[in-house]
Design a protein around this ligand. Structure first.
Ligand code: ADP
Length: 445
């Protein structure tokens, strides 16, 4: 064991105390001898007085030594109590934390692990010491961690951080952020690496979700541009044609009217897209969708929307099922409910074959108003069904997919939930889908 080195100020304190003592003792001996010699002439008396003076000196120095030792021991006891208290605090902090605290030697083997660390690794505290820290790094992260470590040592870095995955003995892998301190001896050789690792699984999940959201958003922007361009191209094309008098001579009035109907229908598509974008930007700005809730006959609203769709899609078959008991009012915003129903019908048209019948209807319950739209289309898997109300979600994002922004159903859900209601989906791949809106019959405050 290396000898304990006392700090310089302890040395100088000891030297000055001993020096002061030697000086005072020498002065005492010198002057007391001179005094005795000056006043006492009898040799016997002088010898006796010298003896008394010697005992007196012994008594005073003993008292002095006692005082010094006592003070020193009291100071030692105080220091020990402080050390114990600080050790206790240190233990509470190190062992009570949720972080993994470890120390490894220059060969990369553990020399200390806190409770949380060996608990996480799934190894006994005693067995953990001596194991290589690298054994607990995910195999795919080892090389990168090794390169990072080599870089830190080469540049004599004192502290740095790295993210990697730790693998417990059970095989459980956890992403962690390591804050690492390197300790070197005076010759610059690595002595120890002390690290604190924090579980960052929750942050990683958020980052992943954010990443996915940003990806969907950028996909959404290009989809939105495409969705706006398609009706615009049709409007431009038919307008150019209608303005071209020479070309128009070849068309009869009914055909010209059909062109205008197409322009109107495409302009309505544009309006719907722009409305959805405006709703989206309001929601993104933290505003709620404004609702003008009043007594409203939902079957009548639904009938109007179905009529519109029959006009817009004359080749498709729409059935309206409104039982007699459903003719009552609900509390709802008629315009917003129109928007939701139109979105459900629009999807039914988009995601089902031309021959498939689309059924829209309602079912009354004592305490709720239910509106449904059913199709015999492509349907969805349970995983797809679970996500269709997510912003920007589209089950099919391939180039050949039917156009859409992945916004309609997320807005529909916001609107329905704003009424205190809910929107549900039942679907089977290849068989079709039914979307149902359920609104409370009573007004929600
Ligand atoms: P979009 O503009 O893409 O249709 P929506 O929010 O209305 O956006 O719908 C989200 C996704 O849900 C659609 O892209 C589609 O994959 C799926 N979806 C919605 N309705 C149906 C349906 N009736 N049949 C099959 N899939 C549907």
């Amino acid at each position: 064991m290396a000898p304990t080195r006392f700090p310089f100020h302890f040395h100088s304190q000891a030297v000055s105390t001993a020096g002061t003592y030697a000086l005072v003792a020498a002065l005492w001996i010198f002057f007391s001898d001179r005094l005795l010699a000056a006043f006492v002439t009898d040799l016997n008396t002088l010898v006796r007085l010298q003896t008394v003076k010697g005992w007196f000196f012994v008594a005073v120095t003993s008292a002095l030594v006692y005082g010094l030792v006592h003070r020193h021991i009291a100071r030692l006891l105080r220091t020990e109590a402080h050390l114990q208290a600080s050790e206790e605090r240190y233990r509470e902090v190190v062992e009570g934390t949720d972080d993994l605290i470890t120390q490894v030697d220059a060969s990369g083997c553990f020399t200390f692990v806190n409770y949380r660390a060996f608990n996480y690794f799934g190894v006994n505290a005693a067995d953990c010491v001596g194991l290589s820290a690298f054994d607990f790094i995910h195999p795919e992260d080892r090389e990168r961690t090794n390169d990072w470590l080599a870089g830190c040592l080469e540049t004599h870095t004192r502290s740095a951080s790295i993210e990697n995955r730790q693998v417990a003995r059970s095989g459980k892998s956890t992403p962690m952020l390591w804050t690492v301190n390197f300790s070197y001896d005076p010759d610059g050789r690595l002595q120890a690496i002390r690290s604190i690792a924090r579980d960052i699984s929750a942050r990683k999940v958020i980052e992943q979700a954010l990443h996915e959201h940003l990806r969907m958003k950028s996909e959404f922007i290009s989809m939105a541009a495409h969705e706006l361009r398609t009706p615009l191209a049709a409007i431009m094309g038919y307008t150019d044609l209608l303005l071209d008098q020479a070309a128009m001579q070849g068309f009869d009035p009914q055909q010209k009217r059909d062109f205008l109907v197409t322009i109107q229908s495409r302009a309505e598509d544009l309006t719907r897209i722009v409305d959805e974008l405006l709703d989206l930007s309001r929601i993104e700005a933290g505003q709620k969708i404004s609702l003008d809730i009043r007594p409203c006959n939902l079957p009548v609203v639904l009938g109007g929307v179905v009529d519109d769709f029959r006009t817009r899609f004359p080749d498709r078959s729409f059935a309206l099922r409104i039982p007699a008991q459903c003719q009552h009012n609900c509390w709802a915003d008629p315009l917003r409910m129109r928007q939701v129903m139109a979105n459900l019908l629009d999807n039914a048209v988009k995601y089902s074959p031309p021959a498939g019948e689309i059924v829209a209807g309602c079912a009354g319950q004592l305490d709720a108003c239910r509106i449904f739209v059913s199709d015999q289309g492509i349907g969805m898997s349970p995983e797809q069904s679970a996500r269709i109300f997510d912003q920007f979600y589209r089950a099919d994002t391939s180039d050949t997919a039917v156009g859409g922004l992945g916004l309609g159903l997320s807005l529909a859900r916001q609107i329905v939930e704003g009424h205190g209601g809910k929107i549900e989906v039942e679907s089977e791949v290849g068989k079709g889908s039914t979307l149902t809106i359920v609104l409370p019959r009573e007004k929600v405050k």
